[in-house]
Each structure stands twice: as C-alpha cells, then as structure tokens.
Design a protein around this ligand. Structure first.
Ligand code: ADP
Ligand code: MG
Length: 491
C-alpha cells in the first residue's frame, strides 16, 4: 500500500514541477510514512537544500491531495533528511536527526539558514559523542552565517548582479549560474578560463556568494597559490598537520573554489595532494570550480589524469568584451565610483582601452581622482589627457574574417578552398597559418576559432602547435607570417 501511495505521489509531483527539477525525484526516497508525518530523504546536501527551499511547498500540497485520493484523513507534514553516505558525515557518527530540516521551519531565508544550523559544527566533528537521543544538546551549533562567510574567504563585492553580461562571457555566466543554483550537478568541476582581467575571479566569487547566501553551504575560496603554500607548510610541519589540512579541504567544506589553477603546474607534491582532494570532493558530490588563464588541455606540467578530469563536461571561456559590453561595463563601474561620465567620454574609453576590464576600471579611477584633485568637471579633453599617454597606439583588434581574407589574398587561394577539407599542402599550409594568426592576434578561444574555421578545436590546437614549432627554424614561414602580419596591421 505504502509503495502504491509513494508511486502515486511521485507521479503527481512529476506533473506539478518544472521538467528541469524532475531529476530530484529520482534521488528521493521515502524513509517513513504515516498519516501525520512523512520523512523524505535526499542523497546529498545540495539536493536537500534545493528541494526544501524550492519544492517544499509544492511537495506538501501534493502530499495533501495524494492522501485525499487514498482517503487518508489528516494533515501530514514532511521532514527532509539526508540519505546515503552524507548522513554519516565527517566522523561517521552524525546523529541522523540533526540533519532533519523541518518543512514548517524553513519558510524564510533566516529560518532556512537556521535549519542548516542544526547540522553539527564540522570543526567539532571529532569531539562528538555518540549520543543519538533526541535531547542531545551537546552538539555545537553549526557555523553561523557570519562564521560561514569568514571561513569562505569570499569577497562579497563580487556578485552576479554587478557582473555585466555580453557575448564574450554569456556561456560562462550561464554555467556559473547553473552551478550556483544547483551545485554538484550539471557542471562538476566547472572550469572557467580566459585572459587576465576579464572577470574570472569575479565570477568564481559570485558563485560562492550565491551558494553561501541562498543555500548556506560551506564554501571555500582560495587561489592555487594559497593551496600550494598551505599544503607545503603543513607537509613541512608533519603528518598531523597534513591531516588537519586534509580534513579542512575535504570534510569541512561543500564547495571548493580554486582560482588560477595554472599555478599548480610544476609543483608535483601539491598536485598530488590536490588530485586526491579533487577526487575525494567529486566522489562526495561536492562542487568544485576552477579558473585558469588557459583551457585545460593547454595546462602544461599538469598531471594527465587531472587534465582529463577537468575536461569532463564544463569548461567555458571568457573573452575580451566587445565594444558594446565595454560601454556597459564603463557605465556601471562609473556609477559604482559615484561619478557621471558624459557619453563621449564613455565611448572614448571603450574605443581606446580594449585590453581588459581591469584596465577599464583603472581609467575610470584615474579620471575620477584627477577631476577631484583639480576641481575639474569630467570632459572628453580631460579623459584624453589622462588616457592617451598610456594608450598611444590605437589597438588593432583583428577578427578571424580579416585574417582569413588576408591569408587567402597573400597565398592566392579562395576562401572556399581555405575552408574546404582539402589536404593538399598549398591549401592546408595557408589554413594552418591563418589558424595560428587567429590564435595569436585575437582573444578568441580555441573552440571559437575552431568554429570560425568550421573545425574542431583540437584541429586548431595542433595547427597552432605545428606552426609555432616550424617557426623556430623555417625562415620562409617566418617571412610569410611577418608579411601577412604587416598587411593585417597596416590596413
Ligand atoms: P581575472 O580574474 O580574470 O584576472 P577579475 O575577475 O579580477 O579578472 O576582474 C578584474 C576586474 O574587472 C574586477 O574588478 C572585476 O569586478 C571587473 N570585471 C571583469 N569583468 C567584468 C564584467 N563582465 N562586469 C563587471 N565587472 C567586471
Ligand atoms: Mg583572477
């Protein structure tokens, strides 16, 4: 009978919730069912947090209608608990009841956060006593919101709200938001890469802030340099210290945000430690987010096993923002600085400074400070005076099409030939040169260049590698590349 009610309940629920949320139903089990009370278990903390906060009220009303259908009287309530290994968290003796989140108690954010506070303090996990009794009040309360924030090392200035979205970063943002809504699901690990000053650090903090504020998860942000330093320091002190480090990095967090992973290359022991941490977190369904200045397959001196795990599903790049996006960023940053920039000044900066967002911010600050220091109003001439000396040469931003057309003209072949599958040297050689130039003179990622050439990014990668290598000794190739570059830049 109970099985029948449960199946019927799931079926009704399936019709009531968005298709994207149905995945939760598969991991959900009913532990206890009576007329007054159902206990529903979720396989991990992030599902638990999501289900109770997003689906809780629907689940409760579907429960009432299901009970009515089976002519069961009463007003049954639901409690949510964890099932599976996470129930026995950290030291394996977590009393089950402490994971229970009461549906009635979780209507507001404060209460939801408080419901997490019934979880034991991870730091005190090793001092637990085994008492499962209901009135066990020896368990320390879980970290308060303030403590969670402190241990997260997050910068709360970096949020999704103040991150400007444009064509250059929209895929990365979508993925970041997916992770921030439902961690350890679609993209794990999430790998974000891109050039300097383009917003990787901002985005990784935004994910952390969202997870901390909405799901009260234990988030930890660190740069890979910090990871390395801490790891080396603990190693040098001894095994006990190293154990503490492991507990901290593995058991005392739900989400690890590691910025600038490229710095971990070359450091063998740290890499080994990170690889083990990474595997541990992944197998415990904890979210990992990594950033890097290059795509995973271009990370040199990184263990192959690790590189291939980074490439599993979610790697996204952030590119240089286009003119419109730069304008929007300038506008928003100026208002954060509390200044108003006339339209011509905004346009001037967006045209002149096409390197990265950090430099845009620098220019705005420079203008603000100079205007304040001289009591001058902000004008185009003031902006020019301050910015021109730093950006003497107008920056030539090439696009792939310009490169393709220049290469075709230079080698005397048609665009169709260059784009074709022809493997003859007189066609494949210019094609490889064009790919190399696109990689060198645009900020596009390998996949983006690949799609411009209607090819896979691995083809671009091997073409670029090949040309780079040949350039070392092949003087004819050196001359060709130089001549094409001259034509491209002198246009
Ligand atoms: P990265 O880590 O890629 O080197 P950061 O995240 O440190 O870059 O970004 C540099 C600065 O530019 C930060 O102050 C960040 O807030 C800002 N920034 C970058 N991209 C954006 C964007 N799309 N919208 C708003 N601010 C941005
Ligand atoms: Mg950064």
């Amino acid at each position: 009978m109970n099985q029948e009610i449960w199946s019927c309940y799931l079926e009704s629920l399936r019709n009531q919730i968005k298709p994207g949320f149905r995945v939760y139903l598969e991991g959900m089990t009913c532990r206890n069912m009576d007329a007054a009370h159902w206990e529903i278990a979720l396989p991990d903390r992030s599902s638990l947090a999501f289900v109770e906060s997003q689906l809780g009220s629907t689940m409760k009303s579907v429960l009432q209608s299901t009970l009515k259908r089976f002519e069961i009287a009463g007003n049954a309530d639901i409690t949510f608990t964890l099932s599976g290994s996470e129930t026995f968290m950290r030291n394996g003796v977590l009393p089950l009841r402490t994971n229970v989140v009461k549906l009635n108690d979780v209507s507001s954010y404060e209460e939801r956060r408080a419901s997490f506070s019934t979880l034991p303090a991870s730091t005190s996990a090793f001092h637990y006593n085994d008492d499962y009794s209901e009135d066990n009040d020896t368990i320390d309360p879980f970290e308060t919101a303030g403590e969670l924030r402190e241990m997260s090392h997050l910068n709360n200035r970096y949020t999704f709200d103040n991150f400007i979205v444009g064509g250059s970063n929209e895929c990365a943002i979508c993925a970041a938001k997916a992770v921030a809504t439902k961690p350890a699901d679609a993209y794990n690990p999430l790998f974000i890469y891109g050039g300097v000053g383009l917003g990787k650090t901002h985005l990784i903090h935004a994910i952390g802030n969202e997870l901390l504020d909405t799901l009260s998860l234990r988030v930890r942000y660190m740069t890979s340099e910090e990871f390395t330093n801490e790891c080396i320091q603990c190693m040098s002190v001894g095994p006990q210290k190293m154990n503490e480090f492991r507990v901290k990095m593995r058991d005392e967090l739900d989400v690890l945000l590691l910025d600038d992973i490229q710095f971990i290359a070359n450091k063998e022991r740290t890499q080994e430690e990170f690889f083990n941490t990474f595997n541990y977190l992944m197998s415990n369904h904890k979210q990992i987010v990594l950033t890097s200045d290059r795509p995973p397959q271009e990370l040199r001196d990184i263990d192959d096993r690790m590189r291939s795990r980074f490439c599993i599903n979610g790697w996204f790049d952030i590119q240089l923002p286009d003119f419109e996006t730069r304008l929007a960023i300038i506008h928003s940053k100026a208002s954060v600085e509390g200044i108003f920039l006339p339209r011509d000044v905004e346009q001037y900066i967006a045209t002149k400074v096409a390197t990265n967002v950090r430099e845009l911010e620098g220019c705005i600050k420079r203008i603000k400070n100079a205007a304040a220091a001289h009591g001058e109003s902000i004008s185009l001439s003031l902006a020019q005076r301050l910015i021109d000396p730093f950006y003497q040469k107008p920056q030539v931003l090439l696009n792939v099409e310009a490169i393709i057309s220049c290469v075709c003209t230079y080698f005397g072949i048609s665009r169709d030939e260059l784009m074709s599958a022809c493997r003859k040297k007189e066609i494949s050689y210019p094609r490889k040169v064009a790919m190399y130039l696109a990689r060198t003179h645009t900020s596009l990622s390998l996949p983006a260049i690949g799609s411009a050439f209607e090819r896979d990014h691995t083809t671009v990668m091997s073409a670029v590698r090949g040309i780079k290598k040949d350039l070392e000794n092949d003087s004819e190739l050196q001359l060709n590349v130089k001549m094409i570059e001259k034509k491209l830049f002198d246009r």
